[in-house]
Write a protein that binds this ligand. Sequence first.
Ligand code: XMP
Length: 310
Amino acid sequence: MDYKAFVEDQIASIRETVGTGIAINALSGGVDSSVVTVLGHRSLGARLKTVFIENALMRKGEPERIVKIFAKMRIPVQLVDARAEFLSALKGLTDPEEKRHAITHTFYSKVFGRLVRETGATFLLHGTILTDIEETVAGIKRQHNILAQVGINPEKEYGYRVLEPLQTLRKDGVRKVARTLGLPAEITKRIPFPGPALATRIVGEVTEERLEIVREATAIVEKELAKTRAFQYLAVLLNDKATGIRENKREFGQIIVVRCINSVDARTATPTKLPWEKLLRISKQITAIKGVNRCLYDLTPKPPATVEYI
Ligand code: XMP
């Protein structure tokens, strides 16, 4: 595939579709939304409003880091604090699909609805990729960023049209486009991270306290495994507890699962054979997080498991 031609075609197509209108896009810092941000910015310049929605589900230090990277490329990104809205929408929910739905609804309808009205945008640029569409259509999972494919008319329901310039590409193709666009390696080489963010790594209710635990564990896993060539690695908080001993006292504590997989496009995956020493180092740090007394390594391929836990 000619990725330069792909970029030119997409820029021409975004320009033609948006015309003199205003478009908006949400940047999460992942490779998909980063590519869409650059494509949109090259197509529309200041008529593209890029926002980073702080939804309380992000990794440690993430919002500031991403805004900085794009500032270096002279692409302004507005940070929108919607933490309270997401946390209240997730309150009390334990069913995976209900949690995903609450995030989708809060994101597109509530927060975006408001931003669209404020900016006058009539188009939303979105980083949906082919795998998201296929898995949603196949009923394997309702991906957070699929609307038209599951029969939601965003124009009718939310008041804007959605453009998905990456919908013919898989992850490997998106990375190639990212390099073609000159995005820095810290973006192009980044491991995938899901739209609903850390909520996909909490089994059971998503609360501020539980997010804090999984955020810490994620930071440890990402730091320790940064040099592996694995496709993706993550930490998950289970909705169960186990007995342990801390400072000579029995403690009923939290359980964290570490997952590290090899894959080409996330449609199938196999667990990575990590060095034992590495696993022990990770376990030691994770069980130093307050309230966590067990750390497990997930040996399941996809299928039958998925990558994420919800
Ligand atoms: P699963 O868990 O379905 O994940 O095996 C496959 C790949 O997709 C990512 N993922 C998502 N990405 N929105 C996204 O943008 C989502 O709702 C979502 N769910 C899963 C996951 O991290 C893995 O790389």
